[in-house]
Write a new protein. Structure first.
Length: 496
């Protein structure tokens, strides 16, 4: 099942790439329409035009998907680690071979510049390569009890059918970051991509099938009403794990549902990342790090620098340099050559960003650059730097999820740490200093799961991604990423 694309404003290559995407419900290896027959539109945020329609799943589709995952689980768990590894490695190769087409799809559905989209495809593929290698390293242990009477044999087994729910901002990478370890561990999956940007995720499904993944291991239901699909999965008693990336508010509701069947839970939730620049920092490096931490994906990332704290002697100069850098970025359709900043994902996101900027200005902030919506179609917002931002401004306590950088001066190290930690979230933080002792002292004091030292990028498949406090539970990626999908079993064997 494929979509019909008639949008003449899309490039021919983009139209051809989107036309290859299956847009139905995928259950037990087969594409079909939703039980209701309903479909929803996917809109290009740069042009506000419909580029595809996708089957809009509901409770009946959800139950069929989770029942399939439950039925297939035992057989899939019995496959060899090497077989699972090779499927993931083939999927990695296919993703990289189709990097250009997948990037065009992603840019068309959620707006990020094509260069960033290509980078995300490579990043997404790396999760499959990483977990293909981890699949054959699932270990156990044999020891002896202290009294010498028993052998302790510890093995690791797949947790069982998993519910995976991903966001729209990194539509391909968030899928592979969850699906990769689930497959490597021997778990079956029911998967709900975000309805704002489902096409890259749906393309991934066909790639997995082509790589040799057996029918029923991965089942996918897209929907415009998440609760109509996810709630039946959670209530089924079949699912044994939930892995969710999204808002803290939704994560809390899912944890409440998970408690009814004592499901394993991984939650990658909201963020309010501080970026701290001390007066001894290399300012050029700090500005480039701030651009990376703030502007990746137009600022629509839970790891984005939300609050930029700069020591007072260099605060004015830093704001000036950052404004010059952000003001020089090219804003436009992500598919156009040279574009560095694409649109936000939807009108609602655009309105929120403008409201946060207006509130900050009303409370005393100065607009150093940007602060407005360009006069053009699409959900664009100009890269913005605000100085002298009040602690009372809403954007100091809410995720901005847009290209707005509030700069706040501070005087002492203790003040910077206090302001950085003054938030219920604790996902990522960024720290710029050339003082080695301060690096470790402040890094240790920050209440977050990840710290970027003199860098604005912390995400990497080889590293454990996740946060503390209201930013979630568990870790994705790294050597521990597969642990979330495995249980320990201990067998006591008398020594005779």
């Amino acid at each position: 099942m494929t979509t019909n694309v008639s949008d003449l404003r899309l490039s021919q290559r983009a139209r051809e790439a989107i036309a290859t995407v299956s847009t139905g419900i995928f259950i037990d290896g087969q594409w079909s329409e939703a039980a209701s027959g309903a479909r929803f539109n996917v809109v290009n945020p740069a042009t506000e035009e419909v580029i595809a329609t996708v089957a809009d799943g509901g409770p009946e589709d959800a139950l069929r998907a989770i029942e399939t995952a439950g039925r297939v689980q035992k057989d899939w768990a019995r496959t060899t680690p090497r077989d699972r590894s090779e499927i993931l490695r083939r999927a990695y190769d296919l993703l990289m071979a189709r990097q250009d087409e997948l990037a065009l799809i992603m840019t068309s559905e959620m707006g990020k510049p094509l260069t960033e989209a290509k980078g995300e495809v490579a990043y997404a593929a790396e999760f499959f390569r990483w977990f293909s290698e981890e699949a054959v390293r699932i270990g156990g242990d044999v020891t002896t009890t202290g009294d010498g009477k028993n052998r302790i044999i510890v093995s690791r087994e797949p947790v069982g059918p998993c519910v995976l729910v991903t966001p729209w901002n990194f539509p391909l990478a968030m899928g592979t970051r969850k699906i990769g370890p689930a497959i490597a561990a021997g778990c079956t999956v029911v998967f709900k991509p975000a309805n704002l940007a489902p096409l890259a995720s749906l393309a991934l499904v066909d790639i997995l099938a082509e790589a040799g993944l057996p029918k029923g291991v991965v089942n996918v239901v897209c929907t415009t009403k998440a609760s109509s699909v996810v709630s039946p999965w959670m209530a089924s008693g079949i699912a044994r794990k939930i892995s969710f990336t999204g808002s803290t508010e939704v994560g809390v509701r899912l944890l409440e549902q998970a408690s009814q069947h004592v499901m394993r839970s991984s939650m990658e939730l909201g963020g309010n990342a501080p970026l701290i620049v001390f007066d001894d920092a290399d300012l050029d490096r700090a500005v480039e790090g701030a651009v990376a931490a703030k502007m990746r994906n137009m600022g629509e990332a839970c790891t984005a620098a939300n609050r930029i704290f700069v020591q007072r002697p260099v605060a004015e100069e830093f704001a000036r340099r950052l404004a010059a850098r952000l003001g020089s970025l090219s804003v436009g359709d992500g598919s156009e050559p040279g574009t560095e900043v694409g649109p936000l994902v939807e009108e609602k996101a655009l309105r929120k960003v403008q409201e946060l900027v207006d509130d900050a200005v009303h409370k005393g902030a100065n607009v150093v650059c940007g602060g407005n919506r360009p006069d053009r179609p699409g959900y664009f917002y100009s890269p913005t730097v605000l100085s002298d931002v009040s602690a009372e401004a809403n954007l100091m306590t809410e995720e901005i999820f847009g290209p707005v950088a509030p700069v706040v001066p501070f005087d002492t190290e203790e003040e910077a740490v206090r302001m950085a930690n003054d938030t219920p979230w604790g996902l990522a933080a960024y720290l710029f200093t050339q003082d080695v002792d301060r690096s470790f002292r402040v890094g240790d004091a920050l209440e977050v799961g990840m710290v970027g030292l003199n860098t604005g990028i912390v995400s990497n498949p080889a590293a454990p991604f996740g946060g503390v406090k209201a930013s979630g539970l568990g870790r994705e990626g790294g050597r521990v990423g597969i642990d979330e999908f495995l249980e320990y079993k201990y067998m006591a064997v008398p020594r005779v």
